[in-house]
Design a protein around this ligand. Sequence first.
Ligand code: PGA
Ligand code: ZN
Length: 417
Amino acid sequence: MSGAKIKAVTALEILDSRGNPTLRAGVLLEDGSAGWANVPSGASTGVHEAHELRDGDRERYGGKGVRQAAENVRGPLARAVAGLEAGDCRRVDQALIDADGTPNKSRLGANAILAVSLASARAGAASAGQSLWRWLCPGSKKVLPVPMMNILNGGAHAANNVDIQEFMIIPRGVGSFGEGLRRCAEVYHALGAILRERGLGSGVGDEGGFAPNLGSDEEALELLLRAIGRAGYRPGEEIALALDAAVSEWAGEDGVYRTPKGGKRRSREELAGYWGEIAERYPVVSLEDGMAEDDWGGWQLLTQRLGGRMQLVGDDLFVTNAGRLERGMGEKAGNAILIKPNQVGTLSETLAAVEMAQGAGWGVVMSHRSGETEDAFIADLAVAAGCGQIKAGAPCRSERVAKYNRLLEIEGEMGIS
Ligand code: PGA
Ligand code: ZN
């Protein structure tokens, strides 16, 4: 990796899929190659995530503007990377980290830093004349990920009465990414038909999954099983289930969990017991954030009880941070990590977390955010880093579909489809 140097860096305040401002950065190299990147934004954001810098000026976008972050890209961050080789991602990222100088990127903003980090990588790939997925992570095994597709939305992502944030489906035993995607889309349509027949809402949530009002979270799981059957697949064998409970949103004082919409109170032991019951009754093979981001004891309990039979994914717990992941490995808290580049703020730090997880045999799930854009960088990154799994929402809403379409394109480039 060597080559063209960074000549100029630009920034633009754009909109994300919720209509909130976010950042786009552009990086121009001395050889005329260029790259761009948009950053996403979460709703059920972990408290340990790197800092997302917003203007706080209530006169603009309710305080969510990112003009200062854009200025930081054009000013200090552009100066920090000027003259560096875009192909040397580590060096570029270190320069960005050093320019900020804080542990959580709070001075210049993780959104500003990530935008430059990703745009620079894209420029590097363009300069090398390669597809991003081929160019990133030289020497790694390139693998198309299995979709973990969120088809029913609740929690902080939907204005309904469902407490679990994401109800997902995973195709099993398929020969290609395209085949798995097709199965999932068929189940999504079957679910929509069932909801309409029952007079239930078929409007969608932030990640494109349906967001009906239901009697309970279990009713959502029953609906998923029915939809899988209606689409002609065997639940569990051909399509398995996954949940992102996002229970950091449920955590109260003294380890008591209270579901925000249903108002159910549970101790961490009761919550672990509840997840055990769900795993008994339904073919759930992966549970994300089944305990809260600071409840290490709860995570250990959950991992002792269920870690041998299912994937336990830490999202808010690890926030794509190798340091927190190392603690989780030491304490046997979870057995898989969710990877969201904007939780940590640079490409290199994201890859460090992926490599640490892979080195320990942990599961790795690349992920979008609930506030997304048309940028499909994570699709290339998932393949390049050989993550094996990706969360990119329902086959609905173009910011979600963009990732799936990019993966189809990559599958074509690999010559597998
Ligand atoms: P977020 O949700 O982007 O709102 O944090 C996604 C997730 O929790 O996985
Ligand atoms: Zn999550």
